[in-house]
Design a protein around this ligand. Sequence first.
Ligand SMILES: [Zn+2]
Length: 360
Amino acid sequence: MESISFMKKIQISSFLDYNREQHTLYMDASEVARRMLIREQDGVDISVLKCMDGRVNYSIFTNQPFGIVYPYKTIGGQFQTGSHFGEIHKNSVAKSWSKGRPCLIIVTYHWSKGDPSHRGCKGFDCKVDDARKYTENLAKQIDVMFGKNHAMAYPIQIGMETDHDALVLHGINGQTLDLSEVQHADSMSVLNSIRELYPDMSERMLACLLRQCMGNIAHIAEIKLAGRPVADIEHKETVLGIGRGYDWYHKPNSALIVGPYTYDLKAPTATAASIILGNIQAGRVSAEEGCALIASGNYRDEGPDKVWAAMKALQLLDDAIEVIREQVPELLSYLDSAAGILNEHTREFTIVRKEDAWLN
Ligand SMILES: [Zn+2]
């Protein structure tokens, strides 16, 4: 028993070690300059709505550093505009707009070409047509919210195919562009293709989308060359992250993230916990090494903002443990847990505890 408990601690400490690495990278002068240059050239802010699935990482798919796109994650990418998500997202788009930056909103679903009925999205019972329909409707709802003239925001639907990490763009008139099948990968032909999909998109936004498409085409070529084994495209997550502030976490297929975007987090938390238990039971990950439950709150300012982030993380952790105890109790013996706060300026994650002096 002692050795299992020791190994469980390793999961949390490797999460913290990885954050230290990513925080150092994020603050490196050349990385800061690289991000500033991309953001300056884009003149557009990007939000990506996606599934909590660990295989679905838009920044990796598109070969761009973290900190450029703002990810929103929930099970199946099943966001609702009338929920808490709608409020957070609306405020974020308004903030970008007030700085003269329109928003490209990427609404995603995912599936597997090689084994659609097993390696697809658990949020939709691997039914890709349902996932397509849901996200098509979500993009339409967002369109209604920010205006169909697309001045403030332009929502587009994109499919993420997880065997080859390929994007499929859905145009506004029903056409699609599968980036794994692009014959002429020169930027002018790709630009022409995406202009056909979104004829009313501004030149500035088209250039931003083109940069991401070219990144994806290069990434698909790398994946094909590497010949990734099937074992790496099945679920292998060992970290269950609840809350916001995980965009620095870039290890593919190792964490399931449940964002706080619905009023009731019980169902997505239980689904994520059962996927991780399934990974252990199927032997895809080591039972001895266990898994980590992390709850995170993000903050920008010292004072109430930071204190509230800590209180939120602690609350989210208590609630998640309660759900797991009720619905997936078998996972508890493999689980170690921690709450923490993420500084948005530095992407540094710091553990918080109820007994910490600054919270009492
Ligand atoms: Zn999914």
